[in-house]
Design a protein around this ligand. Structure first.
Ligand SMILES: NC(=O)c1ccc[n+]([C@@H]2O[C@H](COP(=O)([O-])OP(=O)(O)OC[C@H]3O[C@@H](n4cnc5c(N)ncnc54)[C@H](OP(=O)(O)O)[C@@H]3O)[C@@H](O)[C@H]2O)c1
Length: 231
């Protein structure tokens, strides 16, 4: 039996990458979901998988729990950001309709706060995962992988350079500009300090050249001090 997967935000930059990896794979019965039927159908056509269902739905609409339940998902992949300022209605609807849930959230408060659903998810036998993307999932995986090379960790600094040629989704741009100039709590020199979004810029050497980086409000800022307490 194929796993029934609802991909929320399927037409977005990241949603469509996931869609293209899952389409045509017999292990998955896919539903592309988002606010615009025509663009969902166009994506299905482009990927050439006529077995994909499409569902028009808005995460902000009161009918969301009912509409998701009617799709009978076993897994919902939520990519419809920005997650900053979102509540947990999608994850809660997943638990209610006995589906697992995974999202790409990069919102600091959103990702750290998902913990509060864990008890309900566990009782329902469901998996609820937030932040399954570059941060904090890949970033912490990199630190974990490098960790054995060091006797102690004194500090962790990580920077991402997405490249100027990569497409930009509205939700990603809204996410990363939302904290521009705003105060950001950072664990530095053994105590909590403040920096400001996209400020404290400095040049960073990457394998492909020198780029300017700035401070971002991401879940790692809370999760790393807890996960790597010696830092
Ligand atoms: N954690 C990380 O490291 C990381 C990495 C990459 C991306 N992200 C996050 O992933 C999210 C997606 O990024 P993206 O660049 O793919 O954004 P995007 O291209 O703007 O895609 C957003 C998708 O969500 C849909 N959508 C928007 N509002 C909706 C609503 N109210 N109800 C249902 N669907 C809705 C959009 O389709 P319609 O407008 O047609 O509904 C679109 O398909 C962003 O929040 C970004 O910050 C996180």
């Amino acid at each position: 039996m194929a796993l029934r997967v609802v991909l929320l935000g399927a037409t977005g930059v990241f949603g469509s990458r996931i869609a293209s990896r899952l389409a045509g794979d017999a292990r998955f019965a896919l539903v592309f979901a988002g606010r615009h039927q025509a663009s969902l159908e166009a994506l299905r056509e482009k990927l050439g998988d006529a077995s994909v269902d499409v569902a028009e739905l808005d995460v902000n609409h009161a009918s969301l729990p009912d509409r998701l339940a009617r799709l009978q998902p076993q897994l919902i992949i939520h990519t419809a950001g920005p997650f900053q300022g979102q509540d947990y209605r999608v994850a809660e609807a997943c638990i209610a309709c006995a589906s697992d849930y995974i999202d790409l959230a990069d919102g600091r408060v959103f990702v750290t706060g998902i913990e509060r659903l864990q008890r309900r998810a566990k009782e329902a036998g469901r998996l609820v995962v937030a932040g399954a993307s570059t941060v904090p999932a890949l970033s912490s995986a990199v630190v974990d992988a490098l960790r054995p090379r060091f006797r102690t960790l004194h500090s962790i600094e990580h920077a991402i350079n997405p490249g100027n040629q990569t497409p930009r989704g509205d939700a990603t741009v809204a996410s990363i500009l939302g904290y521009c100039g705003r105060p950001i709590r950072i664990w530095r020199a053994g105590r909590w300090n403040h920096a400001f979004g996209w400020m404290s810029g400095k040049p960073q050497v990457f394998p492909f050249g020198r780029r300017r980086v700035g401070v971002c409000e991401i879940p790692d800022l809370d999760l790393f001090p807890a996960r790597y307490p010696e830092v």
